[in-house]
Design a protein around this ligand. Sequence first.
Ligand SMILES: Nc1ncnc2c1ncn2[C@@H]1O[C@H](COP(=O)(O)OP(=O)(O)OP(=O)(O)O)[C@@H](O)[C@H]1O
Ligand SMILES: [Mg+2]
Length: 285
Amino acid sequence: MPVIAVVNRKGGSGKSTIAAHIAAWCAQGGHQVMLGDVDRQQSSRAWLRRRDASLPAIAPWAMDQKNVLRLPSGITHVVLDTPGGLHGFELARVVMFADAILMPVCSSVFDRESAAACHAELMALPRVASGRCRLATVGMRVDGRTRGAQTLQAWSDGLGVPFLGALRETQMYVRCLERGLTIFDLPPGQAALDLAQWEPLLQWLRPVLNPPVAANDSASAGSSRLGSSRPNSLMPAQESMVHGGRLTVTLPAQASRTAPMTRPSLSRVAAGSDMPIPRFLRPGM
Ligand SMILES: Nc1ncnc2c1ncn2[C@@H]1O[C@H](COP(=O)(O)OP(=O)(O)OP(=O)(O)O)[C@@H](O)[C@H]1O
Ligand SMILES: [Mg+2]
């Protein structure tokens, strides 16, 4: 199951805006998408509450009777919005799940320095360093024709991270989010310029969200990786943090066909394995 996380420790860099847009784009594409809000501000959840039921559906986390956050059934794609300041163990937890991380970065030197520190921490994590979790940056609130965008491009190139272009500053984003919308939900033509700016980003996301299915996939996805009819837990096992550590995982029927077997699963529900909700996953904090 493809999981996209939007990460940057710098507050206000545009994470929730990007996460909502990616989720809406997935929903428009017919995917059963969940927007998981690991931010204690719960901005994405608040945005979801404003979203009209007639729009393509985006699910929030589900909560089970044990107060554990779980994937609602039927979900095929996950987008994770994360809080500013995310680092250490909590950042590593998000990376464990993510197939791709998008880092929105504004153009000031402070934003770049903060993002560089976040990048360094991400690169210290085996899933990112090995490329199993892809990483890219996007310029946020930057006019693509300006020196600010060039500076960001050069900065990202210097880190060896793909730069997916710049999204300009416009009240269109603010107004849309206020109404539970994204620019992907607007009538055609109403946000043509901004939609065009999203295209390189979407191009980068497409292979992540639609991983190719191997010819012998049905065999390899056999009994050991299927068959958990229990609800999916979002609580990873502690031992899965250990690089190279062995995991006992169960994958849901829709699980990624390309994920290596050592990858921790969103559905780790071995008997008695439910852990207390990590601080950053608790709602209302
Ligand atoms: N391209 C844009 N043009 C204009 N305003 C924008 C743009 N992107 C984001 N904003 C606004 O900037 C503010 C911060 O954006 P957002 O909430 O997405 O950042 P964040 O990284 O999630 O913040 P936090 O770290 O606090 O969670 C919001 O008011 C949002 O509407
Ligand atoms: Mg946010």
